[in-house]
Design a protein around this ligand. Structure first.
Ligand SMILES: *Cc1c(COP(=O)(O)O)cnc(C)c1O
Length: 430
């Protein structure tokens, strides 16, 4: 499979190069040159296949012959080494829990898949890759855990001092080995700006720098798996399936839409956002006008200009009518999010995290207006990761799972930086 840059159809590259470089030289996001079609018999009998087999079949055409079958099967198996339960919440409404991985956020899957692909591509080559990521919380932890101990790869994570939760900070700063944390005096946007500057810096051209956010195809595409697993489990209910995705950078939902394009019969998608509502406004007005980012309780979705939205437009041939038929988008306030957390907890004894609660709200809103579906919302993080914002608003205690307990005892190691020059020195010194 070849990938082209969304800024210039003539710039084409392999899966390997796209995974290693992250983004095209012209700063365009990579997009597959054709949309594979899965075998109809396989889809019709999906309940008879294991998650690993399903995931392998979904991703294989996107990788092509660049990773041999046995290696790719192994990468998929290692990526999916934890459960993805579908949990009933209320009549016709289910949560797909994506938080049973090592850092308890759904980004584990993409990070694990990407790290193993890069490891395969650098084996036997005298090549070292430095992954540079800015994080507002979850991305950094998932990338740190996903790449820990992977040969030939160094990870440098920038995070805004005092602006990530305690658990998140520990997940970034306690692992050691090939994972280095830089604590930036500034905001997430400052971290992001430094990372962007580094990618453009001519003096860093000899360091093989890449990103590990959802613009990288090797992190973006494996997110298709979730939708296959949800469909497989809910097919027997006999109704069309609608999926609501709590969305920030729109990588996850874009992977869901891709899963549908390659043959998965999901009936409809709901993009649920917090107050950062650029896409819901676009779906109403067809005008794409990002505003300043606002801080919310579901802070992993505090994105006002979602990078992956261009990919969604491309998937639908830039035809608004086609997109509008398959995607509905709704924004929700923090007050609505808290009320939903409360309601689902007291009425259904199910504790959402703030992101999942936004997903629940979008699902309910769509199903209230459009009866006859089986609905599923993606629970993208374990509630313990947002324990502060939950316990401030609800009278509940959240038990700390083992994955989190173990990192809480680790020793924080981070280097403080406050300028781009300090970042650059750090990269060049290594
Ligand atoms: C990253 C993240 C999201 C948003 O996913 P996108 O792919 O950026 O839309 C939602 N919930 C949680 C917990 C996240 O970490």
């Amino acid at each position: 499979m070849k990938y082209y840059s969304l800024n210039n159809l003539d710039i084409k590259t392999s899966f390997k190069e796209a995974a290693i470089t992250g983004i095209a030289q012209d700063k365009g996001l990579y997009f597959p040159e054709s949309i594979p079609q899965l075998d109809a018999d396989f889809i019709a009998n999906i309940e008879n296949y294991s998650n690993e087999e399903i995931a392998y079949r979904a991703i294989a055409p996107f990788v092509g012959d660049e990773i041999p079958e046995d290696k790719l099967r192994r990468i998929v198996a290692e990526t999916l080494s934890f459960p993805f339960p579908i949990v009933p919440v209320e009549e016709d409404v289910y949560a797909l829990e994506l938080f049973h991985g090592p850092t308890m956020a759904f980004k584990d899957v993409g990070a694990r898949f990407m790290s193993r692909c890069l490891n395969y591509f650098t084996q036997g080559e005298d090549k070292k890759i430095t992954i540079l990521v800015a994080t507002s919380g979850d991305t950094g932890g998932a990338v740190a855990s996903g790449f820990l101990g992977v040969e030939n790869i160094n990870v440098v994570i920038l995070y805004p001092s005092g602006k990530v939760s305690d658990v998140q900070e520990k997940q970034l700063t306690t692992l050691g080995q090939n994972i280095k944390a830089l604590e930036v005096s500034g905001t997430f946007d400052d971290c992001q700006d430094m990372v962007k500057k580094a990618f453009l810096d001519e003096e860093l051209k000899n360091v093989s720098l890449t990103s590990a956010n959802s613009i990288n195809i090797a992190r973006w595409l494996p997110q298709m798996f979730y939708y296959f697993f949800a469909y497989k489990d809910l097919k027997a209910k006999g109704k069309p399936v609608v999926v609501s995705v709590p969305s920030g950078n729109f990588g996850n939902i874009c992977a869901g839409l891709m899963a549908k394009k390659i043959g998965l019969p999901i009936a409809h998608f709901v993009a649920s956002t917090n107050a950062n509502d650029t896409v819901p406004r676009f779906m109403g007005s067809q005008e794409y006008t990002p505003k300043a980012t606002v801080e919310t309780l579901s802070n992993a979705m505090d994105v006002s200009n979602p990078s992956n939205f261009v990919r969604i437009l491309e998937l639908f041939g830039k035809e608004f009518g086609a997109l509008d038929g398959e995607l509905t988008a709704y924004p929700f306030t923090d007050a609505e999010t808290i009320a939903a957390l409360q309601k689902v907890y007291t009425e259904n004894e199910y504790l959402c995290d703030p992101h999942g609660a936004v997903g629940y709200l979008g699902l309910k809103k769509y199903m209230d207006a459009n009866p006859g579906y089986t609905g599923v919302f993606l629970e993208t993080a374990h509630p313990v990761k947002f324990a502060d914002s939950i316990t401030q608003n609800l009278d509940i205690e959240i038990a700390i799972p083992a994955q989190i307990e173990s990192v809480l005892h680790g020793k924080k190691v981070a280097q403080q930086i406050s300028s781009y020059d300090e970042l650059k020195d750090f990269i060049l010194k290594k």
